[in-house]
Design a binder for this molecule. Sequence first.
Ligand SMILES: C[S@@+](CC[C@H](N)C(=O)[O-])C[C@H]1O[C@@H](n2cnc3c(N)ncnc32)[C@H](O)[C@@H]1O
Length: 353
Amino acid sequence: MNGLLCYCRAGFEPDLAAELGDRAAEAGLHGHARTARGDGYVLFVGDEALSTHLPWRTLVFARQSLRLLAELRGLDPRDRIAPILAALDAARPVTAPVYGTVWVEHPDSDAGKPLSGLARSFGNALRPALRKRGLLAVADDPQATRLHVCFVAGDHAFLAEADPAASAPWPLGVPRLKLHHDAPSRSALKLEEAVLSLLDGGQRRDGLRPGMTAADLGAAPGGWTWVLARHGLVVTAIDNGPLRQHVLDTGRVEHLRADGFRWQPPRPLDWMVCDMVEQPARVARRMGDWLREGWCRQTIFNLKLPMKKRWLETQRSLEAFAEAATVPLAVRARQLYHDREEITVHARRTGDD
Ligand SMILES: C[S@@+](CC[C@H](N)C(=O)[O-])C[C@H]1O[C@@H](n2cnc3c(N)ncnc32)[C@H](O)[C@@H]1O
């Protein structure tokens, strides 16, 4: 069975299916989505090359993207291991290297969450069986291909695999972040996740250094400003609403009551972040203005999406952003775990490198 198994936020399956369909067609590949609203995953069945041409990093609505190997239905609860070993034997060339790790998962959905206990205990039983069969490394090897078993019901599972370097490094595609007790709002988690999942290690190290400067458009009550200040950045926070006092007390934050669509910095900044609730295309165009004018080198911003046709709106907004920016950019957009009806975009001017 060829294709992709992708996880997503429950309710966003049609958006992910539309995205995969368009991306496959652009790459000249055949594929069709099998999904139902609320499942928390999309199966995209088609050409073998799909996983190479549609890697996780380039997808907006996929929390994870895996190369599909097999679908197992009617699993006997007394022995789910034998059919999995048989399916792996059938799906893999004899010369295939052993897996480095195995993750037993379930979709992040109403039907999937009750399967977490099964996933945990089954993983403990499966590991020794895979090792005995010579399919799994004796000690975990996080660089080698990872095997995924995804239960969608007690008797129904998918087998898939992923290159750790080209897939989400978190089980279920969900980074586990805890809200800090000092954080002024839950939104702080969105920016923390964006930094973790949209920037690579080098960009985090070199791109967010103490003493750098930033603007936060639509900053109140101060969650994103607080995250930037904790990284040591000096932040101008723009909002007509109030910021929490302890954010101002960091000594790194200036609060200006101004319109985030009109304000511009007196001198170029390293960063601009924006969480204003507005029409996505309007936000996207303004973000493009900032990059074109060189008012910031990098930006992380949210695009609030309407209820319907969210993939179409995503495409339109990202096009409007690129058109307004005109300068060469590296752009990554994703629906983060902490995003609800929205996506988060990181963009960096590449001409300055
Ligand atoms: C979702 S909240 C931001 C939450 C914030 N990122 C945090 O982490 O606490 C959106 C904010 O955008 C502000 N906002 C909306 N339109 C604005 C505008 N034109 N100029 C400045 N702020 C605006 C609102 O006042 C509101 O405080």
